[in-house]
Design a protein around this ligand. Structure first.
Ligand SMILES: NC(=O)c1ccc[n+]([C@@H]2O[C@H](COP(=O)([O-])OP(=O)(O)OC[C@H]3O[C@@H](n4cnc5c(N)ncnc54)[C@H](O)[C@@H]3O)[C@@H](O)[C@H]2O)c1
Length: 367
């Protein structure tokens, strides 16, 4: 089964839940509703073979429930493979809260959401994602132990974004090594799309290495903030994908590699933090392969944040977290070489490796 962004009209043609294109054998889906706080959330538990399903909560103003369901299914499925390929003993899950994080997120709503997470008795462990902060996770922690990514002052590992950015940087270097023969990014023309928490931290690594960085964001505030700290160019054009660049780093939302953009892309490497960068992973992965564009699978190179929150559960330290994150370099090279040898897409090679780990554990569990 593939995972695909689809428009709500297409989604509505399928059966409402089990028949959805991105359902892909989810173990459990929990719909959470609370009239008093206005909470409307969906928790997706994709697979728990390797351990409890861990994945962040996203709060987003979805156009409708179809979009929210499609998003949670795609994201939680991605978490299964992210944990597996990173060799963490975790399953895949994710939650979405439907609403505007700026105007509708209240402590009461977060508390009610935490009660739903708690009711799953640890099958699902939450963390932050888009629209959520460490402070929100601290509120969740008051109600349930099944949360990570809480403040360092409360015994947590703090903001995972810098660790995510470090992993993306390592994955990008490995992809550069594979494509250009060297992992040194000095003078490489890199476009970072989205300079939020991860994007900004990635910019810092790139600038330190001497890359030629251009940033783009829908938020003028973020562009001003980041460009005041680092020597970057701000993208003023209308069509980022047609621009000459060596590396495209999607660090905003997913599905930016799609039917409209894929044939325009001039970058030789795509490596970024966003989840589900390929709108249709098989189709768009193949077009990238045919066009000789090296794609560093998103769920592999953006796993630093997951490694960081996992440390909270396993009590391992910062050094070990960074060592595991640095290893993303080796795994990325291994995947890209494997894809080349077997003439498959990098995404398929990464999925195969992740699925193999899950299948092996399943067999072991049956013994
Ligand atoms: N934070 C983590 O540790 C982590 C881990 C794994 C994956 N990710 C993924 O990485 C991405 C970035 O995460 P983040 O924590 O930095 O989020 P964030 O919300 O801090 O930053 C996202 C940035 O993208 C900008 N943006 C949104 N739409 C855009 C568009 N169309 N064009 C340009 N900019 C746009 C926003 O204005 C914002 O500045 C997300 O897709 C997230 O799911 C994050």
């Amino acid at each position: 089964m593939n995972s695909e962004i689809m428009n709500p009209k297409e989604l509505q043609k399928m059966d409402p839940v089990f028949g959805q294109y991105s359902f892909d054998n989810h173990e459990q889906i929990v719909f959470c509703n609370d009239k008093d706080t206005g909470l409307k959330a969906i928790i997706g538990i994709h697979n728990t073979v390797l351990g409890p399903a861990l994945g962040g909560t996203r709060m987003w103003n979805y156009a409708n429930e179809w979009e929210a369901l499609n998003d949670v299914l795609r994201l939680s499925r991605g978490m299964t493979f992210k944990a597996a390929i990173t060799e963490l003993n975790l399953g895949g899950g994710k939650a979405v809260i439907i609403g505007d994080a700026k105007t509708q997120k209240t402590p009461e709503l977060m508390k009610r959401f935490a009660e739903f997470v708690d009711s799953l008795s640890g099958r699902y462990i939450t963390a932050e994602d888009v629209g959520m902060t460490t402070k929100d996770m601290d509120i969740v922690r008051e109600t349930t132990p099944y949360v990570t990514g809480i403040s360092e002052s409360k015994g947590g590992s703090g903001n995972p974004s810098p660790v995510t950015a470090y992993g993306v940087f390592m994955g990008m270097k490995a992809a550069a090594k594979f494509q250009f023969g060297s992992d040194i990014l000095e003078n490489k023309k890199v476009f970072v799309q989205g300079v939020g928490s991860v994007g900004e931290s990635l910019v810092e690594h790139l600038i330190n290495e001497g890359a030629n960085v251009t940033i783009t964001d829908i938020s003028k505030e973020r562009l001003t903030e980041v460009s005041s700290k680092y020597e970057v160019n701000i993208y003023e054009g209308q069509d980022l994908f047609s621009e000459d660049m060596d590396i495209y780093a999607p660090c905003a939302l997913g599905a930016t590699v799609n039917d409209d953009t894929i044939n325009k892309i001039k970058a030789k490497v795509i490596a970024g933090a966003a989840n589900n960068q390929l709108a249709e992973e098989n189709k768009h992965g193949k077009i990238l392969q045919d066009r000789g564009i090296v794609y560093a699978p998103d769920f592999l190179i953006n796993a630093g944040g997951l490694i960081n929150v996992y440390a909270e559960l396993e009590n391992y330290d910062r050094q070990e977290t960074m060592r595991k994150t640095e290893n993303i370099y080796n795994t990325t090279l291994e995947i890209l070489n494997n894809a080349k040898t077997n003439n498959i897409t990098a995404n398929t090679a990464a999925m195969n490796m992740a699925k193999e780990r899950i299948e092996t554990r399943k067999r072991e569990n049956l013994k």
